[in-house]
Design a protein around this ligand. Structure first.
Ligand SMILES: N[C@@H](CCC(=O)N[C@@H](CS)C(=O)NCC(=O)O)C(=O)O
Length: 348
């Protein structure tokens, strides 16, 4: 893709960010190779930022508002729903070659659920003239293009397969279901979050409908927004569905039990092999989210998971990009102490 075209599209996507203070440079390079569109609170963005931190890579950071809101003049669409950002994402989506998302599963895995054209994160690599979508792919991409100071995907085939296997397991976690949905028996989500989630789907749907109406002549955008609309309508339909919510929690419980067994058999404190890897990045971010939602009791009887959570929260990258970012960007949670001490690195 020609670089100036990509740069112009990225600049237009940036222009939708209401507060310029949310556009910053991370690191010591005024013209960095990478640009990230993300959100402080987003689980998938936290994974990518953790990798960028581990790699000490400078980047332009666009911290987007990903919640739509209702203003006096009607809906205010989330910043990542605006056409230039969606167009940038569609370019990245072509490389992935999957169909668009067509419904709601409570997961966000592109392999099994399809490509969502209206989500973060998204990485622009100006050196390679590429746009990369999907947190798992972005994390692997960053590891491939930048091997130092730490390698997060091993070269050895078996070790690499073990890391990839864990990444697939985390990708299948029903995080959307547990964040947006109300569990019928034990909804332990922070009260302030529950309040936000009461209207989240109505606002999302109104915003996408507004985008559809405003771009009715653009077939590509219409197809993308229709896919997003189908997903979010599906989410609204099951957000209080008891069986759906119980199934999501049951799936997460099974994955944590398996994690406990895997950690028990691991030759190191890490989940795949001897060294800290992308598997630990993804699990770390996901475990922080579960703790935030009040679900740390799910590992009360899983001692290996308990130890693992404590270890990961002490890693400066995860401490800053998952624990601190969650505290600073999501409604307050009384459950964060479950993570133990967090070891944030001094600012660069
Ligand atoms: N498979 C994608 C999923 C991305 C995703 O679902 N992002 C969420 C935040 S973690 C999002 O942007 N949600 C806002 C929305 O749906 O409008 C990835 O891993 O990058």
């Amino acid at each position: 893709m020609p670089n100036d075209f990509m740069s112009k599209l990225a600049a237009s996507a940036r222009a939708a960010i209401a507060d310029p203070a949310r556009i910053t440079i991370v690191g010591n390079d005024a013209k960095p190779r990478f640009e990230l569109f993300h959100a402080a609170s987003s689980l998938c963005s936290q994974k990518v930022r953790t990798v960028l931190f581990e790699k000490q890579l400078p980047y332009r950071s666009n911290d987007m508002l990903i919640l739509s809101a209702m203003g006096p003049d009607g809906v205010i669409p989330a910043e990542h729903y605006h056409p230039p950002y969606v167009r940038l994402r569609l370019m990245a989506g072509r490389e992935i070659g999957r169909d668009f998302v067509s419904g709601y599963s409570g997961r966000t895995a592109v392999d099994t659920d399809g490509f969502d054209p209206c989500v973060v994160p998204l990485l622009v690599d100006y050196q390679a003239s590429r746009v990369i979508a999907d947190s798992r792919r972005i994390c692997c991409y960053l590891d491939a293009v930048s091997r130092a100071p730490v390698q997060l995907l091993p070269d050895d085939d078996r070790a690499r397969a073990a890391v990839m296997r864990q990444m697939e397991i985390v990708d299948q976690m029903p995080n959307g279901a547990m964040l947006y949905g109300a569990h019928p028996d034990a909804d332990r989500r922070p009260e302030a979050l529950k309040t936000v989630m009461e209207t989240v789907y109505d606002h999302k749907i109104a915003a996408i409908e507004a985008m559809l109406a405003g771009n009715a002549g653009d077939t590509e955008l219409v197809t993308a927004y229709r896919a997003k609309l189908a997903k979010e309508r599906g989410g609204r339909a099951v957000r209080r569905d008891a069986a759906f919510q119980r199934a999501a929690r049951h799936h997460a419980a099974g994955a944590l039990q398996e994690l406990d067994r895997t950690l028990g058999a691991s030759p190191s404190p890490y989940v795949a092999g001897h060294a800290f890897s992308l598997a630990d990045v993804l699990w770390g971010v996901n475990l922080v989210r579960l703790a935030y939602l009040g679900l740390a009791s799910m590992w009360d009887d899983l001692p290996n998971v308990g130890r693992y959570v404590g270890l990961l929260a002490k890693r400066p990258s995860l401490c800053r990009e998952a624990v601190r970012a969650t505290i600073d960007s999501l409604p307050p949670s009384p459950h964060m102490d479950a993570l133990g001490a967090c070891a944030e690195a001094a600012p660069a």
